[in-house]
Design a binder for this molecule. Structure first.
Ligand SMILES: Nc1ncnc2c1ncn2[C@@H]1O[C@H](COP(=O)(O)OP(=O)(O)OP(=O)(O)O)[C@@H](O)[C@H]1O
Ligand SMILES: [Mg+2]
Length: 654
């Protein structure tokens, strides 16, 4: 400052002059009250804002020397008790008042932004560097306009856990964790909105990473999160995003959900969440029976329905009796779902029937009323199915259908007390779909699940001897079923019992009349413990009277690709043929539209092509390719469409 005589006068008489700035720290006498609003302006008598070039360069040089070390040195968190926000924000030490008035024209990040608990967007003394809080924190006050008027002379210090009035609601004070030195460049930009960090990854997962998804196997936890990148916005990391919904899919071995025709989204949606629920339906290649049969033949002398072994009654069997009539059954508990799923429990053993009565006999020893004993004997010997038990897992695919059958039919029949709402659980179900799609197989499976004796009839067989004879056999079958509960009466090709719509032959009518009477319960079908399963590949041939007699009507669609693969593998394994993965995949692809029955025929055809009977070697892929020329799918696309249409109109959906 150049001394002149005017300067001898008292200060306040000094003429307005420009200040020759040599320090920006005004002496106490010059400390200004902050003007309301707006940025602080310093107007001293001698202040003027143009300084000589020499002075400016001296200043720059001095500051450059003085602070070059600071800029290069790592950021050290200011010690406790240093200057708090107040100092910085207001250029007046310890002044707790927030920066008065409206925010400065643009949201400057205050010195403390970037520290959890700092007031975001607050008017701040940080000047010139565009909201570079921490960098600003490193720099001396000359760079802060706010401090030009009495700011601290040293880098501001932050009280650990600072919680002064400047903190916006909801922010927690910095807890003393040293902040990593911020990337200076990143701090030169205006603070991004909360939740967005620098160009690096979004910091949005909890410190411990995501918990493994329940049920779908523990997802590998994501790598430990990097140290929280300093968010230039100065805001604490946003709350973690909600965990992603676990993936939805059936857990048992079939195609992707919905791949099976007619699978209702409702049921799928209802079941998607039950992880592992359908695990019990997983299709397991059967243990090839010694004689190569698809199922180990049961010992027919012990035939009790599906080849059950007789076993002395246990206490549980005594206690039951719901379906036992005179023949108490072990109380079946419904299969346990979910991860703790037990392997499908052995279906109950049926109580032994004294050998003297053999075969299918009335528990009380009395033949059912109105039924000729000879006919009864015929029915018993011809109709009782002594095939091996069929578990859900023996039926490839059909996941949603199996679940519907179990929930709407098996459970209510097995556990009436658990279903008080529906005192009369359905006792009639119609399975319709293409030939060989597995309708009879499912009927047998129902008998196994119910621990029931299985009586099998074929519409064609009943109709063959004439309607009158057929009607008599039908009546005997129902009576036999009634006196050996629980029993499943499986009537295949139901449509054959009805007169062909076009010829209206009266004879067949008698058969249909008998069928409807029996379905109405007049010959035992309504009795407890008798389930009638009708199957047809011509549902449209059923008239309304017959259709309405079946409380449930389910579409048995052709197997999807995974199911075809499982059926092929099982059939070929029984012939000692093992295909490579690519060969099996090609075969599955090449048998699109085949039913389970047709796949079995294909394998038999291939085996036949693999050498003379008795000299056969296991069929090879080439034999299968050759067999494809002879065995093809019977159901036409038009026919398949008609099934879907009928299902939409009359099906129970699943
Ligand atoms: N989903 C499946 N899983 C395993 N095997 C199957 C499946 N579908 C059909 N099969 C096999 O195909 C053959 C025919 O099955 P099934 O008799 O149940 O067909 P269907 O629908 O009753 O035929 P139809 O309409 O001619 O009476 C059986 O050997 C059965 O084991
Ligand atoms: Mg059948």
């Amino acid at each position: 400052m150049h001394w002149t005589p005017e300067h001898a006068q008292p200060l306040n008489q000094w003429p307005e002059q420009h200040l020759d700035v040599s320090s920006t720290t005004p002496s106490p006498a010059h400390k200004l009250e902050l003007p309301p609003g707006g940025r602080q302006r310093c107007h001293y008598a001698w202040a003027h804002d143009d300084i000589s070039a020499l002075t400016a360069s001296n200043l720059l040089k001095r500051y450059a020397e003085k602070y070059s070390g600071v800029l290069d040195s790592p950021y050290e968190r200011p010690t406790v008790g240093g200057y708090g926000d107040a100092t910085f924000l207001n250029g007046a030490k310890g002044d707790p008042e927030p920066w008065p008035g409206p925010e400065p024209p643009y949201p400057l990040a205050s010195l403390h932004e970037g520290l959890p608990g700092t007031k975001s967007g607050s008017g701040g003394g940080s000047g010139g560097l565009g909201g570079s809080p921490v960098l600003a924190g490193n720099l001396p006050e000359p760079l802060y306009a706010g401090n030009a008027c009495g700011g601290p002379s040293a880098a501001p210090e932050y009280a650990a856990g600072y919680g002064g009035g400047y903190l916006a609601q909801g922010y927690c004070a910095q807890t003393g964790a040293a902040l990593p030195p911020p990337p200076p460049a990143a701090l030169l930009q205006p603070p991004p909105p909360p939740g967005y960090g620098p160009s690096g990854p979004l910091y949005n997962y909890p410190a411990g990473g995501y918990a493994a998804q329940p049920g779908y196997g523990a997802l590998p936890p994501p790598p430990a999160p990097p140290p929280a990148p300093y968010l230039t916005s100065g805001l604490p990391a946003p709350t973690p995003l909600p965990l992603p919904a676990p993936p939805t899919s059936y857990s048992f071995q079939t195609a992707a959900p919905g791949a099976e025709a007619g699978v209702s989204l409702k049921r799928k949606a209802a079941d998607d969440g039950a992880e592992g629920r359908y695990r019990k339906y997983v299709y397991e290649p059967a243990k090839a029976a010694a004689d190569g049969a698809s199922y180990p033949a049961a010992d027919s002398s012990e035939c009790r329905g599906n080849g059950f072994r007789a076993k002395p009654l246990g206490a549980a069997e005594e206690a039951s009796g719901k379906y036992g009539g005179g023949v108490p059954l072990k109380v079946l508990s419904s299969p346990v779902y979910g991860p703790q799923l037990e392997p499908f429990e052995k279906f109950p053993e049926r109580a032994p029937v004294p050998a003297s009565r053999g075969g299918f006999a009335v528990p009380s020893g009395e033949p059912p009323k109105g039924v000729d004993p000879g006919t009864l004997e015929l029915v018993t010997s011809k109709m009782v199915d002594c095939g091996p038990p069929v578990q859900w897992a023996d039926v490839a695919g059909q996941g949603a259908l199996k679940a519907a059958l179990e929930e709407e039919l098996v459970w209510p029949l097995l556990r009436p007390p658990a279903y008080p709402v529906n005192p009369r659980s359905p006792r009639t179900v119609l399975l319709f779909g293409p030939r060989g799609a597995g309708k009879a197989l499912l009927g047998r499976c129902l008998a196994t699940q119910l621990g029931a004796t299985l009586l099998r009839l074929r519409g064609v067989t009943l109709a063959a001897p004439g309607a009158a004879e057929g009607a008599r056999l039908l009546q005997a079958a129902f009576a036999a079923a009634r006196c050996r509960p629980p029993a499943v009466l499986l009537i295949s090709e139901l449509d054959a019992l009805l007169p062909a719509r076009d010829d209206g032959a009266a004879a067949a009518g008698a058969l249909q009349v008998q069928l409807l009477a029996c379905l109405d319960g007049s010959c035992g079908a309504g009795a407890d413990g008798v389930l009638v399963v009708g199957t047809t590949s011509r549902p449209s041939a059923l008239d309304e009277a017959t259709r309405r007699r079946f409380a449930l009507r389910f579409y048995v669609a052709l197997p999807d690709s995974p199911a075809r693969g499982q059926i092929l593998q099982r059939a070929l394994a029984q012939q000692g043929c093992v295909l490579s993965e690519p060969e099996l995949a090609a075969l599955v692809q090449g048998t699109q539209g085949f039913s389970g029955g047709e796949l079995g025929q294909l394998c038999q055809q291939a085996a036949a092509g693999a050498g003379l009977p008795g000299l056969q070697r296991p069929p090879s892929y080439k034999d299968l390719e050759a067999a494809l020329a002879k065995v093809g799918p019977r159901a036409s696309p038009k026919e398949l469409d008609s099934f879907v249409e009928w299902d939409k109109m009359y099906g129970s959906g699943h």
